[in-house]
Ligand binder design. Sequence first.
Ligand SMILES: Cc1cc2nc3c(=O)[nH]c(=O)nc-3n(C[C@H](O)[C@H](O)[C@H](O)COP(=O)(O)OP(=O)(O)OC[C@H]3O[C@@H](n4cnc5c(N)ncnc54)[C@H](O)[C@@H]3O)c2cc1C
Length: 476
Amino acid sequence: MTRRVVVIGAGIGGLCSAIRLAQDGWKVTIVEARSSVGGLASGFELEGFRFDTGPYVLLDRPGLEWAFGRLGIDPNLHLQLERISHVYQVDDGSALPVSIHDSFEKTAAELDARWPGCGIHYRRFIERTSSTYGRLQPLQWKSRPGILDVVRSGAVQDIPFVLQSLGSVFRSSRLPESVVQALGIWTHVAGQLADKAPSPLALVTSVIHQVGACYPKGGIGTIPEVLFEKAVEEGVEFRFSTKVSRIRCVKNKVIGVAIEAETLSADAIVSNVGLASYLSLLDENGQAALPNRTRNYFNRLPLQSPGICAYLAVKGKPNPPYLRFRLRNELDGCRLLVTPGVIDPSLEKNGWFPARLIAPMGHARAETGGELGQRDFLHRVVETESWWRELFDEVRVLRTRIPNEWGGQFNLYHQSMNPVMTSRFMLSGRIAHRSPWIRNLYHSGSATHPGQWVSFCAVSGILAADQLLKDARDGR
Ligand SMILES: Cc1cc2nc3c(=O)[nH]c(=O)nc-3n(C[C@H](O)[C@H](O)[C@H](O)COP(=O)(O)OP(=O)(O)OC[C@H]3O[C@@H](n4cnc5c(N)ncnc54)[C@H](O)[C@@H]3O)c2cc1C
């Protein structure tokens, strides 16, 4: 008998799970609150320019290729992934900005010219982190890697590294403070301090030098589009503009989802909506099956806000780098200017290019300040800070988003894209792909994987579906 699964949410994780399950013969329905797929990774058009909603760079091409491979999609055929040459620079206001290029040699030579002797420390750091990355990478493709997996991948020697914080990895690097700030920029983007951040973020620069930071022609939004086409081809049914209001359970087992006045029955559910699945969607039977300790733990997790964002049209061809980070003080976080015209000059329209200004905002700060505080912050970044405006002849702000708008438009739990990825959270484990408390409930997406990137969400979609298929085969 054909078995039926409902997937809640057509983000990257939900799409990947849906395709995988449909390919195994399941009848799959995706219920999506928005009118299109992709969630935070979707693209949209404004005044003839195509923008990415959230993501701006792919830092884990192997992960995306692994997930696409499992779905029978050839990424090279469907996505024109381009390696970015001058990836980013970080200006911490102290002196010249620090640049990270695709080329290791170029990056090291620039650092050495500025801090004589720094090149050798940089080489050692990259060599060390490259080997660690090589051993840890296959573990990302396991749902819950056990000690045997760690032994098999040769990563036993990396256990001390994984147990450290990002801050302590950097302290042992002997690199100048400005370089450390530049290498650790990804933790600032997440609005997090290096001493709380997980050590694997230290691997990003070696990945950039090895496999490259990539950008698909047409934008990151092309990724969910390719997945959508594949899902349709595999017979996945979509219910757009439909919000799941409850996950229905009998005792501790899912039986379907409530949408509008109807219940869609299902043998299993894959939820792509993170903490909301447990904290706002489970009905009273499901709630009764969730241990109080777990509910309290989930309720206390620090959340990550999507921050503020301005979608821009800028006049004048943007110069490299592709990403310009401006580090402020600890309280005020950082800013990021994204200029896709650097990678794809064909984006030009009558001398104008699309660009984006992003500033992280702590979740607690956004919640406490409310809409007024969020608008205030947006105004300060967009209207009063001049460093980014000075790069162009003219600037037009086409659209802005504050955390409350992200939350409303993308159906985010407490206006948050996911729980903050602290080293403690990474080690204690994110939301499990298979619910330990509710039978036949599975999870995919950014809250389930040790990392929130698009590629990780894709991998998580496969892992959640694989777990479900294995359980079904085992008669669990
Ligand atoms: C500003 C910003 C910058 C980022 N930069 C990068 C980057 O450079 N590189 C990178 O790799 N990643 C980046 N990310 C992260 C990445 O975009 C996300 O982690 C990823 O897209 C999340 O995918 P997901 O599968 O978890 O689903 P989501 O995108 O969260 O999608 C979930 C879907 O579920 C739907 N939904 C929610 N509740 C319900 C309900 N009750 N019923 C029905 N549907 C529902 C939503 O409408 C949504 O479509 C960025 C994110 C942001 C916000």
